[in-house]
Design a protein around this ligand. Sequence first.
Ligand code: HEM
Length: 526
Amino acid sequence: HDVVDRPRNPGAGGETHQQPDGKAPALTTSQGAPVADNQNTLRGGTRGPALMEDFHFREKIFHFDHERIPERVVHARGYGAHGYFETLEAIPELTAANLFQKAGEITPAFVRFSTVAGNKGSQDLARDVRGFAVKLYTQEGNWDIVGNNIPVFFIQDAIKFPDLIHAAKDEPDRGFPQAQTAHDNFWDFISLMPESMHMVMWIMSDRTIPRSFRFMEGFGVHTFRMVNARGEGSFVKFHWRPRLGMQSVLWDEALKINGADPDFHRRDLWDAIQSGDFPEWELGLQVFDDAFADAFPFDVLDPTKIIPEEDVPLRIVGRLVLDRMVDNFFAETEQVAFCTQNIVPGIDFTNDPLLQGRNFSYLDTQIKRLGGPNFTHIPINAPRCPFHHFQQDGHMAMHGPRGRANYEPNSWAQGGPRADPKRGHVSFPEEISGEKRKVRPESFADHYSQARQFYISQTPIEQGHIADALVFELSKVQAPEIRERMVAHLPHIDAGLAQKVADGLGLKAVPPAHTPARAPVETAPS
Ligand code: HEM
């Protein structure tokens, strides 16, 4: 039988059999065995059937068949880069976090920018929120600030997140639109959700389509807590400020760029970093105490509100520089797993109900997306400081406890790691009291004041763009009642804006408001 088909050059099909030239390494199987022919399957006779025995063919096809993993359920399209965070000011009076103990401390970092609603293959310049997720590989563990480029969010409670995302993504019967907010389901949900109005002003504004990731701000969004070595806590908001300033593109420009180059943002970051033009952000903190929080007219636990910088100016404590692209997009950018729960001693959560829900969601989804509990063994997710624990086994385990002890307490001489109350993370001992109830506090009830403040802070040209965006978006909505319900919110924000949008949509008049300016929080809007 003529089963051994030696490589020829060119092949019978005219293709080129490339031979090692002394520079390129030998092609091997994933077991390391050198491959003689990468163009022809092993056959029984030159024109006969393919043989199962061709282990190289089978391994190659099997691996290809398994290349896809689920894309992220949100933020599927993203682009990451390596860099470092430099502490510019030591702040031990605010936090015991190791990276803030001395100026000049350098902490390795990985950042992934993303859009939210579009799938992995969608366009870069969609009208959408941008993710700004930062992983800091500190000497006391990985700290993730999983933020966005807009400082507020659509909803106040994580229980609404699946509905928000279902409404924003493609509709279940028709499977489109793939990456557009301009459709009935999105605006139906939004118009029934008065708490989203502040965020709506931001995403209809020029802020929402960045010129590039390098010209984009980032925000931790929630109020977090910093805790110092004495156990004293402060509230804190995190801000990333681009050194290049903030720049956006107009909607018409975005449409053209998306058509001509849907990879515009990722290409921009790749080109900039490859040519040594490293983008940089300052880390600014807004720090405040309980007295400020109590006096603030809104609830600092409400993620639909900002703390005005006139009240609490930014304190710049560090800078983030991105200076190296990934070696492999899938291994690093796709497999990186950010999680709001990844915090370090000196950083703590607050009772923001959106943050509390996020703390559950990320780990849960990543166990599915990355195929099991051992995704922290993947180099991009592994800590870069020493780590020791008793977790073991599971799919793809790269390491486990050393020696005999895999439980604690134990009495072995080499008994493995021990918890250390002096160094370990201790939760801020906040007092908790009250009834166990499903209810939103009254302090979360004002949904329009900050939307109005945002709108009136814009220049007339920018205000015009917000009105144009609303007209464009709502004109794509087919159900008249959804359009009208949405326009009916706008007089609570600005009468002129409401009129412009009503005119743009050809409505006879601004429809009457269906929610009061201050929403009774326990009543669903009609
Ligand atoms: C992914 C930000 C709210 C669930 C992400 C990512 C960012 C982000 C930046 C992408 C991470 C990456 O690049 O890999 C935010 C912000 C929020 C918010 C700033 C509000 C302030 C929520 C809520 C939930 C949620 C309320 C659920 C209750 C998820 C999930 C992923 C994700 C499941 C995919 C994670 C993965 O597969 O790795 N989010 N998010 N997010 N977010 Fe959020």
